[in-house]
Design a protein around this ligand. Sequence first.
Ligand SMILES: [Zn+2]
Length: 321
Amino acid sequence: MKMATKLPPMPGLLLDWFPGESLYSLIAREHSISGRKKAVATINHFFGMAKERGLKDGRTEMDCLMERTEGALGPIDKILKERTILRYYRPFLRQRERRLVHPGKFGGVDMLKFPLGLHTGRYLMLYPLKGCRACVEEDRTTTGMPYWRLEHQYPGVWVCLKHDQPLFRTTALPAASDRFHLVTPNVADLSEMPGHLRDPGRFQKFRCLAEFVVSITTQFEAGLDPMEDIRKRFYTFADSSGLVTGTSKLRGYHHSKVGAISRRFEHFMPTFNDAPEFGAMFPTLHIAHNYVSRYLNAESRLYPNEHLFLAAWVEFERIGA
Ligand SMILES: [Zn+2]
């Protein structure tokens, strides 16, 4: 097999990380400074030309980045874990959701979108680039270069925990034809308060959710397994309450106790469902029962955002605690 030729190192300026900065943000800042007109030129600058960064010979896009930057941004593993949305997904990875982040699933452009968390096409709903106006103002007076915080991009995080302020989606949206879109934060583009954060009561709930999401990633980094711990607590509660069959399945919701717990989840579901990442969870008793049942059985398929939502329910309603 013909080995891919090593990419030449990139010429010119290479920025260093800001605290908690995402990979997307660093590349977007470099794009802004460079004066290049097309985002794709900056992508080529960091990752090599499209034909060079093919995934032949087991080489990934991140290998290309490493060759181009000569390792100046740190090891691949560290960049993926600390600077990309993979950090959010890691606590879910030992389940079937692993397939969602398997590199083989993606073609060239999609593969790049994943580590970068680019908000184009179908990624727009999952990763609506979010920023805090107070952070941007602060960056202007400190470094002079506002940047995107990775933590703000996690699904479920709609509050800046440093400033206790809502996060805004950027309105600097990509043209449908753009494969890549690199923007830096700008207060003028962070102008429309998401509807679900306007009400102070709902804002408090979203703050709790942001704290919960961040604590999960932090605990996971510390070697704990918070998602599995919460699920086990729920299983123990369900088992001891007689909700579980002999084959470890949730009984039907006509069983009065199962009906009661399913109704609790049904009532909880609207709490966060006007955030786009949870918008698909429509509350009916049948659907609530189905979610609770799949959550109980660790082998069932739940998307990370659904799993997060169920764990938040168990935590916030103190089920089995
Ligand atoms: Zn902030």
